[in-house]
Design a protein around this ligand. Structure first.
Ligand SMILES: [Fe+2]
Ligand SMILES: [Fe+2]
Length: 165
């Protein structure tokens, strides 16, 4: 596993590309899959477990926000970092100016994941949901953990480097 110390040494473009190839790629695969699982759970259990309506709605909102956020990064700031790696004359100031909005997006997605967790009993499921939903809750836990590392690499290392560049 690559450590924080080695990412501190990497170029901005290398770190941005790692984030896209690892963390964004994971979310593009995982979010539609979990959305379809939650839709199936909703269909099976909503009447007895109305909290699934809330969890499904929150997940759809989180999915939309995170997908749009990743697209903004890839086509905005991160593409600027790749252009700058080829041509040091290119300014990354437009990206630096936008970092505040990226931080707000991160906070919003983080908060939505906390709300999904709360709606689903902190992922300690009632007995009648366990067999159907346990693996979906494992996937939601992994989404949270992956997002935490993803946001750490951006907020604490990449964006900090960009501000100093
Ligand atoms: Fe990202
Ligand atoms: Fe981000």
């Amino acid at each position: 596993m690559t450590t924080d110390a080695s990412w501190q040494q990497a170029s901005m473009a290398e770190l941005a590309n790692h984030i896209v190839n690892t963390h964004h790629a994971y979310m593009y695969r995982e979010l539609p899959l979990v959305e379809s699982l939650l839709t199936a759970h909703l269909r099976a259990h909503w009447f007895k477990h109305p909290e699934l309506l809330k969890a499904h709605q929150l997940f759809r909102q989180m999915q939309t926000e995170l997908m749009q956020h990743m697209i903004k990064e890839e086509t905005g700031g991160f593409s600027l970092l790749n252009a700058r790696a080829q041509n040091p004359e290119i300014s990354i100031q437009p990206f630096v100016d936008y970092i505040g909005q990226h931080l707000k997006d991160h906070a919003s997605v983080h908060e939505l994941l906390a709300q999904i967790r709360a709606a689903l009993h902190d992922y300690v499921l009632p007995d009648d949901l366990k067999s159907d939903m346990e693996s979906t809750c494992d996937r939601l836990r992994r989404i949270e953990a992956d997002l935490a590392q993803h946001i750490h690499l951006e907020d604490d290392i990449l964006f900090a480097k960009c501000r100093q560049a």
